[in-house]
Design a protein around this ligand. Structure first.
Ligand code: SF4
Length: 373
């Protein structure tokens, strides 16, 4: 079982925290879609005829291009790959693109899951982070989606400088009234080459205090757990049976094919990434060349990936997987470190798996760092 990720690199505005490859110039949308279709054909054997379990349209903002383009891409995938009958097909969407027309067209083309980028319901903060929607649009869009789709997810950001515990609490309470089956909550990180990074360097903003970030994360977690959401990955909460199959595939290290500028792929041995430039991507594909760079994963890199990803999930770091796939027994090789982490009540062992405790769940980077080889 494998997944396909399609990167649609267009946005209306660039959010101040965003370091993804995107462009505001929509002039070459149709050329880019043609190039994406060429890439799908050229790479149709990449997944070794594995059945496709998930397709994910991310970006960028795939909801801002015509749904017909999305339909064309899905058709091209179905023509070239073997697609599972109960495939999950997700589209990332911005609240201001949620119209009845779009919802119905996406559904007609096979989209059965929407991931909505709400981030916050505070208009001042939405403005501060440079999102293109406001609270009113966000609420209206959640309502509309919930009337037409059974499976959808809301993205939230905590730790935004200036946001406060009580405001975040109101946001979550307002959102869960619509009973979204999935919520992703991300801590705002300030990456290089973003507006926020510049503002931070020039003392225009200050990072939120660690204590406040932990408080906000615990608040989210507590409210969602009371509402019977399962935290299956650090940032991901869902009602029973509504895990994102696509993201779970990444965390379980399933193979995936990434199509479009800047998209990443993984075939079990190699990771590769496409060029982050629309024009160069289009012109390479017009010559039927795949403009990517690849890196072979060493045994050490694979072990470290399993550790870093595993500790973030409810499935934990699977020693059985490490032994069978990589002949590495973490429980034996790292016995002293593991004993110390257990002693500090940061991890526990469940059969062959190492999992983070509640206390450890806010110190995942620290735990991973201790266990890396
Ligand atoms: S909408 Fe998403 S991809 Fe586009 S600029 Fe904002 S964060 Fe980045």
């Amino acid at each position: 079982m494998s997944g396909i990720y399609i990167h649609i690199p267009f946005c209306k505005k660039k959010c101040h925290y965003c370091d993804f490859y995107i462009t505001l110039n929509k002039n070459n949308v149709s050329k880019l879609i043609e190039a994406i279709k060429f890439e799908l054909i050229l790479r149709k054997n990449f997944l070794n005829k594995n059945s496709i379990e998930t397709i994910y349209f991310g970006g960028g903002t795939p909801s801002m291009i015509s749904p017909n383009y999305i339909g064309n891409i899905i058709k091209e995938i179905k023509n070239n790959f073997s697609v599972n009958s109960n495939i999950e097909i997700t589209i990332e969407a911005n609240p201001d693109d949620i119209s009845l027309d779009n919802l119905l067209k996406w559904k007609k083309y096979g989209i059965n899951r929407i991931s909505l980028g709400v981030q916050t319901l505070n208009d001042n903060l939405l403005n501060f982070i440079n999102r293109s929607h406001n609270k009113k649009t966000a609420i209206a869009s959640i309502k509309k989606i919930s009337e037409h789709y059974d499976n959808f997810s809301i993205d939230l950001i905590y730790g935004i400088p200036g946001n406060r515990y009580d405001k975040l609490k109101n946001d979550i309470k307002e959102i869960i009234k619509f009973n979204p089956p999935h919520i992703s909550a991300y801590n705002l990180t300030i990456e290089k080459k973003t507006v926020f990074y510049n503002w931070l360097k020039n003392n225009i903003i200050k990072k939120e205090k660690e204590r406040e970030i932990i408080k906000q994360f615990n608040l989210l977690k507590n409210i969602l757990e009371k509402e019977e959401y399962i935290q299956y990955e650090t940032s991901s909460f869902c009602k029973k049976g509504y895990e994102s199959k696509h993201n779970s595939g990444y965390w379980k290290r399933k193979k995936y094919l990434g199509i479009g500028p800047s998209a990443h792929s993984f075939d079990g041995k190699y990771r590769s990434w496409n060029i982050s430039d629309n024009n160069k991507y289009i012109s390479a594909l017009n010559k039927r060349i795949i403009p990517n760079t690849e890196e072979k994963l060493s045994k050490k890199m694979k072990i470290n990936e399993i550790i870093m990803i595993g500790i973030r999930t409810k499935w934990g770091i699977d020693n059985k997987q490490l032994i069978t796939q990589l002949k590495y027994d973490i429980l034996k090789n790292q016995k002293n470190t593991i004993d110390k982490l257990i002693n500090d009540k940061l991890i526990y062992i469940n059969r062959t798996k190492i999992k983070a405790t509640k206390k450890g769940s806010i110190l995942l980077d620290y735990i991973a760092e201790k266990l890396l080889v």
